[in-house]
Structure formats: C-alpha cells, structure tokens
Design a protein around this ligand. Structure first.
Ligand SMILES: *Cc1c(COP(=O)(O)O)cnc(C)c1O
Length: 374
C-alpha cells in the first residue's frame, strides 16, 4: 500500500488519491447517526477505493462488520489481515463452504436447496457454517419468500449451519416518499414478529443500505449496511448532510503540449479539427483506466474547466487549453475532485456518462495507482 506522505507526486502520470480520514469520518458519522452497528460494504474493491485500506479506515471509524458481494472478496480481506466479522451478501458456491468455515466468513442463505448443498459440504469438512438469511420483501432479486422462512429456520436447528442473522434489501430507499419501502419494511417486520413468537428469530437483523441510512430510521434494526455513503458519495443524487466527505480524487498530469495551426485533426478519426491556432495538451488517461469514451467531457486545469477534444483513446485523450494559456507540461489535471475554486464531482461525471456514481468508481481500473493519505 502506498501512502501519500511517502510519495513524490511526480512519480505518477494518472492516479487516485484516497482520503482514508474521510472514510473513517463517514463511518463514524453513520455510527453516530444510527446508533447501531455498522457493516461497511466494500464490495468491488471497496467501490474502487481499494478494499483493504477502505476496510481498515471504516473499522477505525467504528464499523464492526465488513460486507462484500463474493467469497473471493472476503478471502482476499482475510489474507490481508482483516479479522472482523465478514458477511458475503451475494451467492457463495457450495464448494467454497470449507473455506468459509476455515476463515470464519458468514455467508448469505436464500434458498433451501442451496442450504442442503452447504450442509453436505459441512458434513465432509466438519465445523459450523455461519449464515445470515436473506429475505425477499420487494427487491425481486435474492431472498427467500417470507412464507417459507419459519419452517426453513426450524429445519436448520441443530445442523451444521448456524443462522445468526436475517436481512432484506430495499429497492427504493433512495426515494424518501416511496410507499414501497414502507411496504417492504412491513413485510419484514411481520416476518420478524412471527419468528419471535415461534422462538426462531436470528440474533442480528439488518436492512438499511446508504439511502435507507439517510431516509428511513425505522430500517436500522441491529446493523446498517452502507457502501456509497461510506465513501462520501450520495446514493440519491441529493447533496449529503453536513460532515460527509468524498474520499476520492482522480488526478493526472499534462504529459505533452502542442500549438497546432488551424486544420489539425485531433485523435482517432479526426473528429475534432482545430479551427484556428489552438493549444492542445495530452492527458495520459483513457478508457483503459475506467474513463469513458464519451463526448462533451471536461476536466480541471489551472482551476478552470477545459474541454476534452477528439475521441478518448485507451490510454490518452486531448485537452483544449486555450483558456489556460500558461498551462505547461507537468501541470496537474483534476478528473474528479476540486482544484482551486472549481469542483468536478463524481456525480457530474456520472451524469455525463449517463450512469450513477456507483458505476463510475467501480469502473476505476486496477492499473491506476491508488495513494492513500491517513
Ligand atoms: C451493495 C449493497 C449494499 C450497499 O449499498 P449502498 O447503496 O452502496 O449503500 C447493502 N446491502 C446489499 C445487500 C448490497 O448488495
């Protein structure tokens, strides 16, 4: 892991700066706001920020659980020395059960046939598989229908699977006025009541993603599961409450500059042609880095918004620098973040790409150096 304080910034041409203090701060704010345990969701390489450092920062901020999507992600974190409680939120293949047991990783259960497959592996391997049962209440994705849950939990008593938790996932928590979230919670509460009365209720209950942390206090239960918010991003498109800080800045440096005469084609297909003498800089970042091959994009140079001209290539793209006449090779470019008085937010970039901030950060390529400030 590379820490900011030890790096000569001239070492890199395009890189991510990850503010671990911001992640720690955001985790602590969520802990304070909700008053319940925080499961930091750091699937997809910690939303592109780097799984291990993001997990460590969230734990430093008070998170007591880490949630991931796949068992491979959980195993990577265990190998990196993360020892806190770990839940795989998605599907775990049965053959991975021995590793889950060995590394004390909790899996999601959502299907009785799959549970039977898990039990076969547990009986060969020995030990106890810990699981949280996922319930379908309206997401239409993974989850056992509520009517099957009580008898399923009853059958699992005194087997090699211990169900320590029960959870559901909200489809529309980003819409504060949506009745459907309240309907999902009512279905879930109903089930919890039934399980309670039958003595079958698992110990830990959870439902809230980032949007629900912001909008639905009645969904907090015992644990909340924020991802986006932990990284200081807004799950709703609305601005975040005071105190939350974005953790990610994406920068590059101008690596080459030309004054071209009128009539110069720029990049593949010469889709942009200079109309007069123009100052064109090269930014060493392209779609191979998770940047998008889209039209009408901007970045910041010298505290000003400058246009990207011509097609974005795999490793480079070109900047029209007429409005920053003193720009020179080596100058810093901000792709996501703040420079001087200008900010290019991850939401602005997402909007330009016709997507959401989640997809922008998950697409940040492995080859981008990530440097961390503590
Ligand atoms: C990804 C995920 C989360 C976190 O969602 P955010 O919107 O990023 O907070 C929580 N729970 C489950 C089941 C998820 O898949």
């Amino acid at each position: 892991m590379i820490y900011f304080s030890f790096v000569d910034i001239n070492t890199y041409s395009t890189w991510l700066e990850i503010d671990l203090k911001a992640i720690k701060n955001n985790a602590a704010l969520i802990r304070e706001k909700t008053g319940v345990e925080v499961m930091a969701v750091i699937k997809a390489n910690g939303y592109g920020h780097g799984a291990r450092p993001a997990a460590q920062a969230a734990i430093a901020g008070g998170a007591t659980w880490i949630g991931v999507a796949r068992i491979e992600e959980a195993l990577t974190l265990r190998r990196a020395g993360i020892s806190c409680k770990l839940l795989v939120l998605g599907f775990t293949p049965a053959a991975k059960v021995p590793e889950a047991i060995e590394h004390n990783i909790t899996v999601a259960l959502f299907d009785s046939d799959l549970a039977q497959n898990y039990l076969d592996y547990v009986s060969i391997h020995g030990g106890m598989l810990h699981a949280h049962l996922k319930v379908e209440t309206g997401m239409g994705r993974l989850g056992m229908k509520p009517e099957y849950v009580a008898s399923f939990l009853d059958k699992l008593k005194n087997t090699g699977i211990k169900v320590d938790g029960i959870f559901t996932h909200l489809a529309k928590a980003d819409e504060p006025d949506s009745d459907s979230t309240l309907r999902q919670l009512a279905i879930f509460d109903n089930l919890l009541g039934e399980l309670e009365s039958k003595g079958l209720k698992p110990e830990k209950v959870h439902a809230a993603n980032s949007a629900a942390v912001l909008n639905f206090p009645q969904s907090y239960y015992d644990i909340v599961r924020p991802g986006d918010l932990l990284f200081g991003m807004s799950p709703t498109g609305e601005s975040l409450p005071e105190g939350f800080k974005p953790a990610l800045t994406w920068k590059a440096r101008i690596i080459s500059l030309h004054n071209f005469p009128a009539g110069q084609g720029i990049s593949y297909g010469s889709t942009y042609v200079t109309s007069k003498e123009e100052r064109i800089g090269v930014m060493p970042t392209g779609y191979g880095d998770g940047f998008r091959r889209a039209k009408d994009q901007q970045v910041l140079v010298g505290g000003k918004r400058v246009d990207i001209v011509g097609r974005v290539c795999m490793d480079q793209c070109m900047l029209q620098l007429d409005c920053v006449p003193d720009a020179k090779v080596g100058d810093e470019i901000v792709i996501i973040g703040t420079q001087g008085n200008e900010t290019l937010s991850v939401d602005e970039v997402a909007e330009r790409w016709g997507t959401i901030n989640y997809e922008v950060v998950c697409g940040l390529a492995d080859r981008l150096p990530r440097i961390y400030n503590e």
